[in-house]
Design a protein around this ligand. Structure first.
Ligand code: ASP
Length: 567
């Protein structure tokens, strides 16, 4: 908390008085004086009902320690650019408070983990690591030895598993991680995780431990504690079907239902260009109207689809959304295009009120295979935000924690994530060290690996993924089988994991762990939309540090030092 102290000086001590008057605002000083009880509130403080500072300083001497340049203007209204991050921080006490809060969160996490039995040991793992195809794109650090480079770790995953093989029963670390990935979704190329791992443990042990950490944070730092009892669990398939997202915000309804079995084929062909013979899935959700006014709903929905948030949904190659406004004054209450039978059954299912909005969306018929969201899931989220912004729905409050579980172990290769570079056309949905959930899932590795379920769990709150983890494969033979036979990694890449396979082979105990995105956790606790608000020196949306101007061009001399050449 910033503390202000009023300095009082009178012309009686002319030297100090003049020195005080010559000090410019915002410059650092050293003062000597006599601390005394303050006589009274100043008029402005009284007017604004501000808490009274009880002490003041009767000035003896004042020494300027530096000056504040005249060409810099710092008023409460000044907005400083990221290039002047030090002035952003200095002029915005909320930013500084966020950094203090972050430090408190860190201390509490540490205290909770160290207090458990057996206690977690905080261990630092190397930042100069090696390139391994774990899942995300890496940053490389060239060395002066021709052709040799380190890679910055995308997470300490392999080191922490090796710690489990090293007789450390429980490990944690506030780990810096580096991923060279798409930064649009408020991600940072370097970020902090609360990373942990437990040996002789299952996912249940990990989830219970993390619930303890969350409970302690909320009880100590938040207005309302987290309700007692284990957090709710929701299988991935259910989250995708009901919310169209693997990190659903479960605080507001607008749940999705599948209705293609109720619709006439000619209607399905109107809302999607997918061939009806492919039997596309059609889903629906309802947005309640706050004023039961169909005209106002129409205006809202038109505005949404004309906006940058809504426009792209009309470009969906699987078909634009079908929009229906429930209107008691219209034939079949505005649902006439659905046909009498379907309209009646949809009415029974969704129980709409006058003015409510029904949104239909088609998609290709295929099981959810590890993707994070469907189009209708994104639409549900975007329409809800727009309804809140327009005052048509209350802003959801509180924190609804849940574990999303039972993800597919493998997913089809994606254009966005590099995966493990195997030739099988599939990638590990999370990372290739995750264990299959049951013995039946282990058997599926031999017959139909894409049908296997992972012993993986994601912690989700209010539509945000706070972190994820899994029980690991601790048997070197199974791990190697996954690398070689399932993912079909080329043997050179497989060799990159030799250290891990050797450690597993050396009698590594069963183990499980998780990592919480620490920046995200602090942002969620403070109700900030962007992780940039809780990081002292964040990178911009282009992954640049605007303050120090990084990354910077390599000089030809540096390139030579590292035996590199630009094309
Ligand atoms: N290493 C994983 C990640 O960074 C977390 C874990 O499985 O513990 O997402």
């Amino acid at each position: 908390m910033a503390q202000s102290v009023q300095i009082v000086s009178s012309a009686k001590n002319a030297v100090a008085f003049d020195a005080l008057r010559s000090v410019s605002a915002n410059s650092p000083v050293a003062v000597r004086g006599i601390v005394q009880q303050k006589k009274s509130k100043n008029a402005k403080q009284k007017e604004e009902g501000e808490a009274e500072d009880t002490l003041e300083l009767d000035l003896v001497d004042i020494y300027p320690l530096n000056s504040f340049p005249k060409d810099l203007i710092m008023t409460p209204e000044t907005v400083f650019p990221p290039e002047q991050r030090y002035l952003q921080l200095r002029s915005d006490s909320q930013l500084r408070d966020a950094l203090r809060f972050r430090a408190q969160v860190q201390s509490l996490c540490r205290a909770e983990l160290q207090a458990s039995t057996p206690g977690f040991v905080e261990i630092e793992t190397p930042l100069l690591f090696k390139s391994t195809p774990e899942g995300a794109r890496e940053f490389l650090v060239p060395t002066r030895r021709r052709g040799l480079a380190y890679a910055l770790p995308q997470s300490p995953q392999q080191y922490k598993q090796i710690l489990m093989a090293s007789g450390i029963p429980r490990y944690f670390q506030f780990a810096r991680c580096f991923r060279d990935e798409d930064l649009r979704a408020d991600r940072q190329p370097e970020f902090t995780q609360l990373d942990m791992e437990m040996s002789f443990a299952t996912g249940e042990d990990v989830m219970r431990t993390i619930e303890g950490v969350i409970r302690r944070l909320w009880t100590t730092l938040m207005p309302d504690p987290v309700p007692a009892g284990p957090f709710r669990r929701m299988p991935y398939q259910e989250a995708m079907a009901r919310y169209g997202s693997d990190k659903p915000d479960t605080r507001y309804g607008m749940e999705i239902s599948q209705i293609d079995h109720l619709l006439p084929a000619d209607l399905v062909s109107k809302i999607t260009s997918l061939p009806v013979s492919d039997n596309p899935v059609v889903e629906v959700f309802k947005v309640e109207s706050h004023d039961n006014d169909p005209a106002a709903t129409l205006e809202f929905v038109r505005g949404f689809f004309d906006s940058s948030a809504g426009g792209p949904f009309n470009q969906n190659p699987e078909g634009a959304p079908g929009i229906f406004i429930y209107d008691a004054k219209k034939p079949l209450c505005g649902l006439q295009p659905l046909g009498f039978e379907a309209a009646e059954r949809i009415e029974d299912m969704l129980e709409p009120d006058h003015g409510d909005l029904l949104v239909l969306q088609a998609r290709r018929r295929a099981p959810f295979a590890g993707e994070g969201a469907t189009v209708i899931g994104d639409l549900r989220r975007a329409l809800h935000s727009a309804a809140v912004a327009a005052g048509r729905a209350p802003a959801p409050s509180g924190f609804d924690f849940l574990w999303v579980v039972d993800f597919p172990l493998f997913s089809p290769e994606s254009a966005v994530e590099p995966g493990q570079g195997g030739r099988a056309g599939i990638r590990a949905t999370h990372h290739p060290f995750t264990a299959p959930k049951t013995a039946a899932d282990v058997d599926l590795l031999l017959t139909d690996p894409t049908a296997a379920t992972a012993d993986h769990y994601d912690l989700v709150v209010n539509g945000v993924e706070l972190g994820g983890g899994s029980r690991r494969i601790h048997d070197a033979v199974v791990q190697e089988f996954i690398f070689r036979d399932i993912l079909q990694m080329p043997s050179a890449r497989l060799d990159d994991f030799a250290h891990l396979l050797d450690a597993l082979r050396a009698g590594c105990p069963p183990h499980a762990g998780l990592a919480l995105g620490f920046d995200r956790l602090v942002a969620v606790m403070l109700g900030r939309d962007s992780v940039r608000d809780v990081i002292a020196f964040p990178k911009t949306g282009r992954g640049e540090d605007a303050l120090v101007k990084a990354p910077s061009m390599m000089t030809s001399e540096a390139l030579r030092t590292y035996n590199l050449r630009l094309d």
